[in-house]
Ligand binder design. Sequence first.
Ligand SMILES: Nc1ncnc2c1ncn2[C@@H]1O[C@H](COP(=O)(O)OP(=O)(O)OP(=O)(O)O)[C@@H](O)[C@H]1O
Ligand SMILES: [Mg+2]
Length: 325
Amino acid sequence: MMIELQEITKKYGSKVVLDDISEKIETGEFFVILGPSGAGKSTLLKIMAGIEKPDKGRIIVDGKDITNLPPEKRNIAMVFQNYALYPNMTVYDNIAFPLKMKHIKKEEIDKKVKRVAELLKISDILNMPVTRISGGQQQRVALARAIVREPSFYLLDEPLSNLDARVRLIARGELKRIQKELNGTFIYVTHDQKEAMSLADRIAVLHEGKFEQVGKPDELYEFPKTKWVAEFIGEFPMNFLPGDIVGEDNSIEIGFRPEWAKIGGDLTAIVYSVEAVGENIYLFCKLKNKDLSIVILSEERYDVGDEITFKIIKYKKFKEGKLIS
Ligand SMILES: Nc1ncnc2c1ncn2[C@@H]1O[C@H](COP(=O)(O)OP(=O)(O)OP(=O)(O)O)[C@@H](O)[C@H]1O
Ligand SMILES: [Mg+2]
């Protein structure tokens, strides 16, 4: 299903939460809406679901205007962070429930439930009461219950956020697999850039009511249109220094990722913190003479207080907060 947002605008009181948002989401796309808390992500999703009405704008699905359709007529699946399973039912009955409501035949329901359980790898717990399965399993049951209705598209609002870090990583991978197997159009909301980078075909960065940038994860990382995006995307924010440090105009800023600098060179800095992330060592440094913080990826371990020299091997230029080259 192709979904088109046209000039979506939403205000709460005098506060403009969504400001004239337009975008096309392709069939089979994993589209992530990324933004900080309060950016309006859930509001946008609720508008797509039909739970909220936009003040202006339209939602077109496969060429049909659905802006005024009630949620139950939109054939969408929605999975929220605080999904609620029916506590006194088994896993099986939870998944079967939306089909029973549609008066589908028992054998047909059974086939569908078993197929979706296989897809989500929960076949072995179908007869368990949902109160006795783990959080990660509950999350999958919620997803199974959404999928079983064979919706046109999926709206997911931080559906993994109440899982612990390890389970969350696994669930992420599974979600991507499920999406590809279903060839489903997924619209997924998160404030976690790492999650967005690992899941998305495309990411829309929502900031001050607008999609500040929409692009593939590596595009956002390599060519952030604004400083704000450059700082929001990445394990660490992009580093920024005044241009004259690398022989550029003073009115521009140069931005570089931690791995775009190399130890050894004519810039000097003092290490004030060291952080190992997986196999990588990041040095948090202050530039000598200037009170500027930067993070550099290093092959060697340094200690706090060490002086290092470095050079910047790759950078982007920004002027007034915007990428110029
Ligand atoms: N029903 C409402 N009435 C008034 N203001 C609202 C309402 N719903 C949301 N808001 C406001 O709109 C803004 C966006 O809220 P929204 O829930 O969409 O943010 P979000 O990006 O989903 O944030 P989070 O990551 O914290 O879930 C917030 O400032 C919020 O306070
Ligand atoms: Mg939200």
